[in-house]
Design a protein around this ligand. Structure first.
Ligand code: UD1
Length: 309
């Protein structure tokens, strides 16, 4: 599948993509500043990757990294709603300017197609469910604005410069190697890590908040398929999810069942910037480029808990 560049390669999603792309026979280059990523995520594939430790705002390093590349998978970001609420300006650099730097380098290098880790956070407070790509975005947190603004830059680079770009709006991705250690970590990674150790997890809100929790294999498959497709995807936005809505309380119960946790859960007030409900309509990705849900929430949870154990 030729030469690929993954930004944020040592992160949870970037390192999973690296495994998927290597398995397809791609030559993989990666860039990461190790701010939220972890080299251990690349352990057994490290020798097969051209890994470059550099910041996404280092234009020279990004230009160099894009040279000779066919496909770019831009995953580098500070992927946290609460962090963006605490530091809107600091997170805007990597999340938005970083995307612009990657687009500019990709344009100059004449790459074939760029895939971007967009976010379902873009839908924000729009109460309509499920979320379709045709809906007007209503971003709530600075993070959501940064990710959505990145999509607009992608569309602009397609229209103005003819660079093929695709924005994949990820819905709450989870799976092995997701960092559970920070207060900003994804809720499932936190639940699993805490409950396997017998620690009490926390639910922000009353537990009715819902998400379309999407197992990582679906994301890898979506990226590989959309990169190769001859369907008209350039300049478009697609939801990547399962189409199934799970509440935080249901997620807690399911993790409890699989781990055998016997304790309780603590309820705390909702976090600022959090959206209430999220579930995707995935029909556009299915019909345009043949996206398929390769692993359900329950299958993914079983695999993830087995990994953390
Ligand atoms: C997540 C991603 C974000 C992505 C978005 C796409 C993470 C860290 N964030 O944001 O990058 O763009 O999905 O939809 O993966 N919660 C608890 N207890 C906890 C932790 C969180 O109840 O211990 C709650 C939160 O308050 C929130 C929900 O769980 O209501 C989901 O939070 P989180 O996993 O951080 O994800 P999102 O903010 O949805």
């Amino acid at each position: 599948m030729a030469n690929v560049l993954i930004t944020g390669i040592s992160g949870f999603i970037g390192s999973s993509l690296a495994r998927g792309l290597l398995a397809e026979g791609a030559t993989v280059r990666g860039i990461d500043n190790l701010s939220t990523g972890n080299l251990a995520n690349l352990d057994e594939i490290r020798s097969r990757i051209d890994l470059r430790e550099a910041d996404i705002l280092d234009a020279t390093a990004i230009d160099d990294a894009c040279r000779g590349i066919d496909y770019v998978f831009h995953q580098a970001a500070i992927p946290s709603v609460p962090k963006s609420v605490i530091d809107p300006i600091g997170t805007n650099g990597p999340n938005l300017n970083g995307t612009l730097f990657v687009l500019e380098a990709a344009r100059k290098a004449g790459i074939k197609r760029l895939m971007y880790a967009a976010s379902s956070a873009a839908y924000g407070e729009n109460p309509t469910l499920p979320k379709t790509e045709a809906m007007l975005p209503e971003p709530l947190s600075p993070y959501a604005v940064q990710k959505l603004a990145g999509e607009h830059y992608l569309a602009s680079y397609t229209r103005v410069f003819g660079l093929e770009t695709v924005a994949l709006r990820y819905f709450n991705i989870f799976g092995p190697r997701q960092d559970p250690t920070s207060q900003y970590s994804g809720v499932l990674a936190r639940f699993i890590s805490q409950m396997t150790k017998g620690e009490t997890p926390t639910i922000f809100g009353d537990g009715s908040t819902s998400r379309d929790f999407t197992y990582i294999d679906n994301v890898v498959s979506a990226n590989l398929t959309v990169a190769k497709t001859s369907a008209p995807v350039a300049g478009k936005v697609f939801n990547v999810a399962t189409g199934q809505r799970i509440t935080l309380l249901e997620a807690f119960e399911e993790v409890k069942r699989i781990t055998g946790y016997t304790g309780t859960v603590e309820f705390k007030p909702e976090r600022e910037g959090d959206i209430k409900h999220s579930v995707a309509d995935i029909s556009q990705a299915q019909s345009v480029f043949g996206y398929e849900v390769v692993a359900s929430f329950s299958e993914g949870l079983e695999k993830t808990i087995a990994y953390y154990r």
